[in-house]
Design a protein around this ligand. Structure first.
Ligand SMILES: [Fe+2]
Length: 199
């Protein structure tokens, strides 16, 4: 059972998403084109805390759910490293796209993926990038969106040049009694802008 504060926070975010497009930020240097189509971004035994992210994609101004949007995700491992850091790995190398993946939203605009909680990495002295997940969303009728999902409570958030409260989510932590393993769950709804003319 989720605490009422979680529902209130999610409701507030949804309300915000119905009024404002999700913030568009930088793509950064670690995006790699051609990630595999999958909803699990890493092997089941990937070190780190298991994480499930889900949400609904809508398009403004009428807030229709967006079906078949492509969600391209990339993030670091628990040590703060991206796979294929320098872009030199062959695509046939399975590790070249670890913690990267593409998926599509369903008929109701919903998407979901499984991963691990990402690690932090140094930006330039003295800054450290807080935990975050990069997301690029594309659809023929919508403006392309590139954003980053941040996590509440990360002490490095406030020093990050791209951090926004509007793209920061609260994680719920569920501890499985049998295995003693904790799984984190987060919700991130996305509002796109309608693109009137194809470019
Ligand atoms: Fe990053």
């Amino acid at each position: 059972m989720r605490p009422i504060s979680t529902w209130i926070a999610r409701g507030a975010r949804t309300l915000l998403a119905t009024c404002l497009p999700t913030a568009d930020t930088v793509r950064g240097p670690f995006y790699r084109r051609g990630a595999p189509w999958r909803t699990r971004l890493c092997p089941i035994d990937e070190p780190g805390e298991p994480l499930s992210i889900s949400g609904t994609i809508i398009v403004l101004p009428d807030c229709r759910p967006v079906m078949d949007a492509v969600v391209d995700v990339w993030q670091t491992n628990t040590r703060g490293l991206y796979s294929n850091l320098f872009g030199l790995a062959r695509r046939s190398n399975a590790r070249a796209f670890n913690l990267r993946g593409r998926l599509r939203s369903d008929d109701a605009g919903r998407y979901q993926f499984d991963s691990i909680v990402p690690g932090r990495y140094p930006l330039f002295w003295p800054l450290t990038r807080p935990r975050h997940i990069h997301v690029m969303v594309t659809h023929p009728e919508c403006e392309r969106l590139i954003t980053q999902i941040y996590f509440e409570g990360d002490k490095y958030n406030r020093w990050d040049p791209w951090w926004l409260t509007s793209t920061t989510i609260r994680l719920e932590h569920d501890r499985e009694v049998a295995s003693g393993r904790t799984t984190s769950t987060g919700y991130f709804d996305i509002a796109l802008r309608f693109r009137r003319f194809r470019k």
